[in-house]
Design a protein around this ligand. Structure first.
Ligand code: PLP
Length: 423
């Protein structure tokens, strides 16, 4: 459920016509809905009412400070994967005690910042990493609270590029080494073993892989406890999918039931790291049709948004539903077209052979479900300014990241002195 709906014949974001925002901010632009963010967070966290659970929003899905602050106000924690994301989460008012730090390549300065901030947990992904963390913590006279991310070797049955829980993936410590790694880590100075972490992939639309992974983790916790480790935290990661193309994923409630069935009576604090589920359907990308071009074999709708603004279709074959901002009448014919951007890459194609109502130059369209892994993955390829972001709250909106000017972009480059010729 989201708050982007047709009213009076045009698409609204909550109580505001999308066209009004697009006119003021320009296109392309991302528009997020506060009510949708809040609803999704509450539905997810509500699945764990009465359980000892900490919901840590996966900041990499959407790291805008205004989005983070909206979630912080609801009590969300954060799952961060870099020193930069840690700084964002703290700046948005998420308490360090609700922040977990994931990622395979943490550097000493990032560990130091996180230790000094007093984060809840490091999700450690390798033996070299735990040795560096031990050194950093010892040097500071501190103790790092640690869970190892384990690789349960389960198939998440999702796109290969967002599958993370198979033995062949770079994530987590190998299942057969877990026992030894915990034993050795427990003996290291500056390390406090407290948990187990697992995250098997993203956009999962089936509960079986979660169920398999969570049951394996349960057995692991029992084994580790027998081996003398005081496991009080179990981080079950993120990954629950959203409906992009009509496939309806399991509800947070049924996902929660699977987690609680596996772990509920273990006497641990459960940690969840949902990203896409919270922000995905809370955002749209609005774009203007530049040209409609009849090619030799097919029709192309050329938009002012491109792969640099929304890379999911090019990178993951991601599907986004595309709506016209004007509500099509039920009788209006549909035409097949390829929807593309202006970037000089064949990969800059949002949809092939998509059925759409007739559009012409100057019309606005909206990519639905663009709130997760959209703006955060944007680049300036083709010297296209980073796409701006807007947050709507009922009948108000504000720009929460502005579009940089071309001058601002060019100012980041410098001409070396030997090319400058004193001019
Ligand atoms: C990406 C990621 C998440 C969030 O995944 P979603 O599919 O967006 O819920 C959670 N935890 C870790 C470790 C991740 O890398």
């Amino acid at each position: 459920m989201d708050h982007f709906t047709y009213k009076n014949g045009e698409l609204y974001a909550e109580d505001l016509p999308v066209a009004t925002i697009a006119k003021e901010v320009g296109t392309p632009c991302y528009i997020y809905s506060t009510a949708t963010l809040e609803r999704h967070y509450k539905v997810f966290s509500g699945a764990f009412d009465g359980s000892n659970a900490l919901v840590c929003f996966a900041v990499k899905a959407n790291s805008n400070l205004a989005v983070l602050k909206t979630l912080a106000n609801l009590g969300a924690g954060a799952d961060v994967v870099s020193g930069g994301e840690l700084q964002r989460a703290l700046a948005a008012g998420i308490p360090a005690s609700k922040i977990v730090f994931s990622g395979v390549g943490k550097r000493p300065w990032e560990m130091e910042t996180a230790l000094k901030a007093g984060i809840h947990q490091f999700n450690v992904e390798s033996e070299p990493e735990i040795r560096v963390l031990s050194e950093v913590a010892s040097r500071l006279g501190m103790e790092a609270p640690v869970a190892f991310r384990v690789n349960p070797d389960v198939d998440a049955k999702t796109h290969a590029k967002i599958s993370t829980g198979k033995a062949e993936n770079k994530f987590g410590v190998p299942w057969q080494d877990v026992s030894r790694i915990y034993r050795e880590a427990a003996a290291l100075p500056g390390i406090k073993i407290q948990g187990v972490d697992v995250h098997i992939g993203s956009q999962l639309t089936d509960l079986d892989p979660f169920n398999n992974a969570f049951k394996r983790v349960r057995e692991l916790v029992e084994d580790l406890r027998r081996e003398g480790h005081d496991i009080t935290q179990v981080d079950l990661g993120g990954g629950l999918g959203i409906p992009y193309d009509g496939t309806i994923p399991p509800s947070p409630a049924s996902y929660g039931a699977v987690a609680i069935e596996a772990m509920g009576n273990m006497g641990v604090q459960l940690i969840f790291e949902p990203g896409r589920l919270i922000v995905g359907n809370a955002g749209i990308l609005v774009s203007e049709v530049i040209y409609v071009k009849q090619g030799a074999e097919r029709k192309f709708i050329i938009l002012d948004a491109a792969m640099n603004d929304l890379i999911r279709p090019a990178m993951y074959d991601g599907y986004h539903h595309i709506d016209t901002i004007l509500e099509p009448s039920s009788e209006s014919i549909r035409e097949l077209a390829d929807v593309v951007g202006p970037v000089c890459e064949t990969g800059d194609t949002f949809a092939r052979g998509r059925e759409l109502p007739p559009v012409e130059a100057g019309d606005l369209v909206a990519f639905r479900s663009a709130g997760a892994y959209g703006a955060v993955m944007a680049s300036t390829y083709n010297t296209r300014p980073l796409v701006p972001e807007v947050l709507v709250n009922k009948d108000q909106f504000e720009v929460i990241r502005k579009r940089p000017s071309l001058d601002e972009m060019l100012e980041l480059d410098t001409i070396p002195t030997w090319l400058d010729n004193g001019k």
